[in-house]
Design a binder for this molecule. Structure first.
Ligand code: F6P
Length: 319
């Protein structure tokens, strides 16, 4: 093994830069050459590939976004694109590829593995929706961003005695809502993994009001429905002075938390060590605070489950 490639793909996540840095620096310190691939799978197919130097990854550990840029590239589902990508990797004599990204990026990694090309996946997404890892790179920062926003919304909600529906990202997963909801002291957390009853929620809000708590914070995962729609449904059950806030892409930006930087650094270095041990076709995770890996072929047999104990805990704390 002489040369490895590294790329980021799908939605960016804070800490991706720290992961790129870790892959590049660990590989270079082991005498490997490192090639950066810009714009994820789109750049791979287009041959947007360059040799990286140590200095290329200087001063990026603290930066959000990704210095390698990112793209969504559904075209990579086609065999033609996959073979073109492998052709580009061979043209640059790149022996193995490290892909940092979420669900879609892992599908791409799986396809490359099926074609016999050595690929390692690192979980980089704010959604935390990757199987075989307790945490993904970017999740902690996103949760902290949401909590900061909830704290601010609480100020105005309390001043006006209003109900706020705060919509957070996560695609089909409720992890961001659960963690930020508990940390932000939400009265209700609504996630795709748990059924809910709007009539009951309206009843709870009325009960809180009767007890003197006149403002309410509802954290809603985007995978359930849009905040406006939720608010409209809620208003059908009572005369709530309600507002909705969609936090949106602010959740994807910002300087990564120390926890995300450390996770990215550990995973990036581990990926290189595994490649040097001859391993490939795998996805890296952290389970019970230990770095782990699983064949990427097995990844999609497993469904991600958020920590639903947070949902139960919040039910008793919010009362
Ligand atoms: O997967 C990360 C994520 O931010 C999701 O939480 C969200 O649903 C989606 O990406 C938004 O994607 P885009 O930036 O392509 O609109």
């Amino acid at each position: 093994m002489k040369r490895i490639g590294v790329m980021t793909s799908g939605g960016d996540a804070p800490g991706m830069n720290a992961a790129v840095r870790a892959v590049a620096r660990r590989a270079m310190s082991q005498g490997l050459e490192v090639y950066g691939i810009d714009y994820g799978y789109a750049g791979l197919v287009a041959g947007d590939i360059f040799k990286m130097e140590r200095s290329d990854v200087g001063d990026i550990i603290n930066r959000g976004g990704t210095m390698l840029y990112s793209a969504r590239y559904p075209e990579f589902a086609q065999v033609e694109g996959q073979l073109k990508g492998i052709e580009q990797l061979k043209k640059f004599d790149i022996d193995a590829l490290v892909v940092i990204g979420g669900d879609g990026s892992y599908h791409g990694a799986l396809r490359l593995t099926e074609h016999g090309y050595n690929t390692i996946g690192l979980p980089g997404t704010i959604d935390n929706d990757i199987p075989y890892t307790d945490f993904t790179i970017g999740f902690d920062t996103a949760v902290n961003t949401v909590v900061e926003s909830i704290d601010k919304i609480r100020d105005t909600a309390a001043s006006h005695e209003r109900t706020f529906v705060v919509e957070v990202m996560g695609r089909g997963a409720g992890d961001i809502a659960l963690w930020a909801g508990v940390a932000g002291g939400a009265d209700e957390i609504i996630v795709p993994e748990k059924e809910f009853d709007i009539a009951k929620i309206a009843e709870n809000i009325q009960a809180l009001r009767a007890r003197g708590k006149k403002h309410t914070i509802i954290v809603l995962a985007e995978g359930v429905m849009h905040a406006d729609e939720f608010m409209t449904q809620l208003k059908a059950y009572g005369d709530f002075d309600a507002r909705s806030t969609v936090l949106g892409h602010v959740q994807r930006g910002g300087s990564p938390s120390a926890r995300d930087r450390v996770l990215a650094s550990k995973m990036g270095a581990y990926a290189v060590d595994l490649l040097l041990q001859g391993k490939g076709g795998i996805a890296i995770g952290t389970e019970n605070n230990q770095l782990t890996y699983h064949p990427v072929t097995e990844l999609f047999d497993q469904k991600h489950q958020p920590d639903l104990s947070l949902y139960e805990i919040n039910k008793s704390l919010a009362k």
